[in-house]
Design a binder for this molecule. Structure first.
Ligand code: T4K
Length: 415
């Protein structure tokens, strides 16, 4: 292990990087390669590559069983899954959504020609704040799109109450929450529907992919129709549809990765505990704690940096880590409301989103997953501890360095 003895040993100040290879947030977890190749070989031999083949049917059966839900339809990705869900649920006009989420959530609404109305989040959970939802409801509001950020469920009960009281549809973006529970029941069972992402960077991936789960049979039927161009039979459509199908290769990856899902979560949990130990007591570094009494996938290691205590800003710490080849991410900087096409059409919206704005300045997400070992976690914690314990000198030496520029330059070196 490379030991930093003076600030000159920090890679950002000319020292050697702690890691030879870059450590990413969201390196894919991949199960048994032999099993995957065998399944893909069978797909090729069958010459049945997509359109509800045997792999997809088996995969959907496994998903329903795992989630304890009556319908779970695999999709090409979560973004399109959210669009299908909103259409099938009859949303229109305005949809209330947090700004502290990946841009896909807002874009899914806007893509349908609806208006995302950005709501602030709870500073403790980073999830949509039900206390702020009601004040945003107008005669044009038709739905609430909650996001289970970092795999921590929203305040489902409070959102259900508001939705019921105002006759609104309730949909959950569960992109982060596969294999998580709320009050002992699996995510996938709540609201009108929930949408998972199985993107490469998620705890469980199908290369690209996602799934929509619901206990509403009519809704599921509409989603199945629209997923496949609206076909009701050969040469016959009965509604507007799109192509949101999952291929057999993706379903084969899904079946294979399901066999290792418990291992993936266990590795994440071990890394999470190693981070907890390693970061304990570092001034200004606060790690998000998961509820150990519920199922969690521990896919995101989320820090909040309090600059007044750490003496280094979140951005400075990110640049320090990047120079060491630890590609920490500022999810969800700068907040959807500050990204286009929203920033220029929703001027001033930030003033009603103080928590979102604060989190966008403070949050830093660290690498985990099966591509990261506990020893590497300890090294990452060691770098952060060293930087913060030498914060005064480090900050002084970094003065005049545009840390954003350092990160931008380093990002060019990505594969
Ligand atoms: N709702 C929420 C709340 C979401 O977080 C997301 C996606 C969605 C909806 C939409 O789901 P999908 O439509 O994608 O199913 C990443 C993911 O691309 C995105 O799926 C995810 N959220 C978001 C939180 O993170 P970026 O822009 O940070 O991705 P990128 O390409 O920088 O990948 C992250 C790191 O992962 C890279 O540093 C390298 C590594 N990586 C990535 C890929 C794709 C690999 O090592 N191998 C790979 O194959 O958004």
């Amino acid at each position: 292990m490379l030991i930093k003895k003076s600030v000159n040993d920090l890679a950002i100040l000319g020292g050697r990087s702690s890691f030879e290879e870059q450590l990413h947030v969201g390196r894919p977890n991949i199960g048994d390669k032999e099993a995957l190749l065998r399944r893909i070989g069978e797909v090729v031999d069958r010459r049945w590559l997509t359109n509800s083949g045997p792999c997809l049917e088996e995969f959907e059966r496994c998903l329903r069983q795992l989630l304890g839900v009556s319908h779970c339809d695999a999709m090409c990705n979560a973004t399109v899954g959210l669009q299908l869900a909103m259409r099938a649920m009859g949303m229109s006009g305005e949809v209330i959504v947090p700004s502290f989420t990946f841009i896909a959530t807002a874009h899914a609404i806007q893509w349908l020609g609806f208006t995302p109305v950005f709501c602030d989040v709870d500073p403790r959970t980073h999830n949509i704040d039900p206390a702020r939802v009601e004040e945003l409801i107008t005669p044009r509001t038709t739905g609430i799109l909650g996001v289970h950020v970092w795999g921590q469920p929203c305040d489902i009960e409070a959102l259900e109450t508001i939705a019921r009281r105002h006759g609104l549809k309730l949909l959950f973006d569960a992109a982060h929450a596969f294999c998580c529970s709320w009050r002992g029941r699996m995510i996938g069972n709540f609201g009108g529907a929930e949408v998972f992402s199985f993107h490469a960077t998620k705890v469980f991936n199908t290369f690209e992919g996602g799934a929509l789960s619901t206990n509403d049979s009519e809704l599921a039927w509409r989603v199945q129709r629209t997923r496949n161009f609206g076909f009701a039979g050969l040469d016959q459509t009965d509604t507007l549809g799109t192509n949101a199908k999952m291929s057999e290769a993706s379903a084969a990856m899904g079946l294979t990765n399901l066999e290792s899902l418990e291992d993936f979560v266990e590795v994440n949990r071990r890394n999470y505990l190693a981070y907890m130990r390693g970061l304990k007591g570092i001034p200004g570094i606060h790690m998000l704690e998961y509820d150990a009494t519920e199922k969690r996938n521990y896919q995101y290691i989320v820090l909040e940096v309090e600059e007044s205590e750490a003496v280094l800003s979140r951005d400075a710490l990110q640049s320090i880590l990047w120079a060491e080849n630890v590609l920490a991410r500022r999810y969800f900087y700068p907040g959807c409301h500050r990204m286009e096409p929203y920033a220029s059409t929703m001027l001033g919206v930030g003033s009603r989103l103080p928590v979102t704005e604060r989190l966008a300045r403070r949050v830093l997400v660290l690498p985990t997953g099966t591509g990261v070992s506990e020893e590497q976690v300890e090294m990452i914690c060691g770098i952060l501890r060293f930087a913060v314990s030498h914060a005064g000198e480090t900050a002084q030496r970094l003065r005049g360095t545009d840390t954003a520029q350092v990160s931008a330059a380093l990002s060019q070196s990505r594969p």
